[in-house]
Design a protein around this ligand. Structure first.
Ligand SMILES: Cc1cc2nc3c(=O)[nH]c(=O)nc-3n(C[C@H](O)[C@H](O)[C@H](O)COP(=O)(O)OP(=O)(O)OC[C@H]3O[C@@H](n4cnc5c(N)ncnc54)[C@H](O)[C@@H]3O)c2cc1C
Length: 430
């Protein structure tokens, strides 16, 4: 009987197990998971609602929505297993989905529904699940993998003395350990180590989809404010990535979807020790000329109107004193006292406030990692390693990261399903 082992019971590992067991009903398919349960991260996704894919994913969006040293790799994978395939996969396990714009969620709005249905399918297919088993080393001899795993005391509640080392054997092995973002859910970077011991190379790994810490934060006192803004990553002064949406101001820096979307560029810039800034456009829906027109209109026939009162008609109250500080014009100054230069200064600051970024929040707070196992060492048609035959690498472990909006789970489902099927078919042909 063929044996297909999967290390990691996250989104990619579970999808791989389902695909492997479906494609070879005789095979012994098993998952080794170091946490006490599989799928812990799935429960946390989409604020507990699980944004499981996105209608825009079809293998042609890779350059806009995915990153990595070779984004074409993502395109090749998603060209084989895109949005429609993910919907079919979930339909096949009985999940009813719904859309919010292009984003897909379970109709129940509960990530728990997604995990429960996946677990039921694993059970139906007879997939063996070993939780509380941390894989420590992998070797391959004559096409057979030997996987050494240790019971995790924290997870399986056994004393250190009682910890057992167990050896599992497999003909095909799928490495689905995730990256090192949000290690509370199990992904602690050990997958990179395991991949390296098998000869693979790992590109620099940094936190992505993460909050940014601002040096001498001019908006610290406006913590808690949410405002529509365009956020641009400047690396050595060069605009590198940009996104518009709801900016969230925190005591230490900035957060929110547009910040998450540009954060991987910022993190890489910091890693490369370059000068890293985030430029805020607090009136993205207006051009500079339109802002000048707006200010003039607001001040028209109101000779007593102060700068503070004028800005209060446009921005959240907490932002107004901060903007006036940055512009260098006192709140009490009358708009009628401003000359053209004064108007220009206000318009310029509204369009571009440069924040110096001193760091990102750490991996613990990141939703994903940028960087990972080099994709030129993996066959995008099968997810099989180009270096070790019978080994497959999937999910966040690889050097591919997506933007917010269901792109990362899509990557996990797609790579998992392709690898599981390939492992089953290949093993079947032996
Ligand atoms: C808070 C949060 C919200 C998110 N929301 C979304 C969202 O709504 N939509 C979206 O697309 N993406 C979202 N993401 C990202 C997405 O969840 C991940 O990209 C995806 O789950 C990665 O799947 P994976 O299977 O590759 O890795 P993981 O889900 O990290 O799974 C890896 C598994 O391997 C296990 N493991 C690791 N090492 C070992 C070892 N040595 N031995 C045994 N087991 C091991 C881990 O315990 C873990 O269970 C979110 C992430 C976070 C943290």
């Amino acid at each position: 009987m063929k044996r297909i082992g999967i290390i990691g019971g996250g989104a990619a590992g579970i999808a791989a197990a389902v695909a492997a067991a479906r494609n070879d009903r005789q095979a012994k398919v098993f998952i080794l998971e170091q946490k006490e349960k599989i799928g812990k991260k799935i429960l946390a996704t989409g604020n507990g609602r699980c944004n499981l894919t996105n209608r825009r994913i079809d293998g042609s969006v890779e350059e806009l929505c995915y990153h990595g040293e070779d984004v074409r790799f993502a395109g090749k994978v998603l060209g084989q297993f895109g949005y429609e395939d993910t919907l079919k996969f979930f339909e096949s396990i009985g999940l009813v989905t719904k859309m919010r714009g292009d984003y897909v969620y379970p109709r129940s709005d509960q990530a728990g529904t997604v995990l429960e249905l996946l677990k039921l399918e694993l059970k139906r297919l007879g997939v063996e699940i070993y939780c509380g088993m941390r894989v420590q080393s992998i070797t391959q001899k004559k096409k057979e993998f030997s996987i050494k795993a240790k019971q995790c005391p924290a997870e399986s509640k056994v004393s250190k003395k009682e910890q057992n080392m167990q050896i599992f054997k497999a003909d095909g092995l799928i490495l689905a350990c995730g990256g090192q973002a949000a290690s509370a859910f199990g992904s602690d970077g050990s997958g990179y180590h395991l991949a390296k011991t098998l000869g693979h190379h790992v590109t620099p790994v940094v936190p992505a989809l993460v909050q940014l810490k601002v040096k001498n934060h001019p908006f610290a006192k406006a913590s808690g404010v949410r405002a529509e803004a365009r956020v641009t990553a400047l690396i050595d002064g060069v605009p590198t990535a940009s996104d518009t949406g709801e900016l969230q101001i925190t005591a230490y820096g900035i957060s929110g979807i547009p910040v998450f979307q540009i954060s991987r560029h910022i993190a890489l810039g910091l890693y490369q020790k370059r000068r890293v800034e985030a430029a805020l456009d607090l009136l993205p829906e207006y051009s500079r000329e339109e802002i000048l027109g707006l200010l003039m209109k607001l001040a028209e026939n109101r000779t007593d109107l102060t700068v503070g009162e004028c800005l209060a008609g446009i921005f959240n109250q907490k932002l107004v004193p901060r903007i006036s500080e940055l512009v260098g014009i006192r709140l009490q100054t009358k708009m009628s006292e401003l000359d053209k230069r004064g108007y220009n200064r206000i318009a310029d600051q509204c369009k571009r406030i440069c924040l110096t970024i001193q760091d990102t929040n750490g991996f613990e707070n990141a939703q994903v990692c940028a960087g990972g196992v080099r994709t030129d060492e993996v066959d995008p048609r099968t997810m099989e390693s180009e270096l070790v035959k019978g080994l497959y690498l999937v999910g966040e472990l690889l050097d591919v990261d997506g933007i917010c909006g269901g792109y990362n789970l899509q990557w996990a489902w797609a790579t998992g399903c392709i690898a599981g099927k390939s492992a089953a078919v290949k093993q079947g042909n032996r």
